[in-house]
Design a protein around this ligand. Structure first.
Ligand code: FES
Length: 79
């Protein structure tokens, strides 16, 4: 598997809590999108770990072409 799988062509609007750690699925295989469920284990992909700086809604990449992972950078609009 060379490329990650796009799971949707728009970001996941996701509520996060300040100080909590999250694992964004980088491979696209997780059944618990947009978070890692361990399905990457047979690939070279690893989840991207981030800590929420605020309790807020963040927009996590669903198309897997962002250059600002795990966050949406708008790349899906040019696919
Ligand atoms: Fe995709 Fe873990 S399941 S990175």
């Amino acid at each position: 598997m060379d490329k990650p799988v796009a799971t949707q062509n728009e970001p996941y609007a996701t509520e996060v809590e300040k100080g909590e750690t999250y694992y964004w699925c980088a491979c696209g295989l997780s059944k618990k999108q947009p978070f890692c469920d361990g399905s990457h284990s047979e690939t070279d992909f690893k989840p991207i770990v981030f800590e929420a700086k605020e309790s807020e809604t963040v927009y996590l990449c669903g198309c897997r072409t962002t250059r600002d992972a795990p966050f949406c950078d708008g790349s899906h609009s040019s696919l």
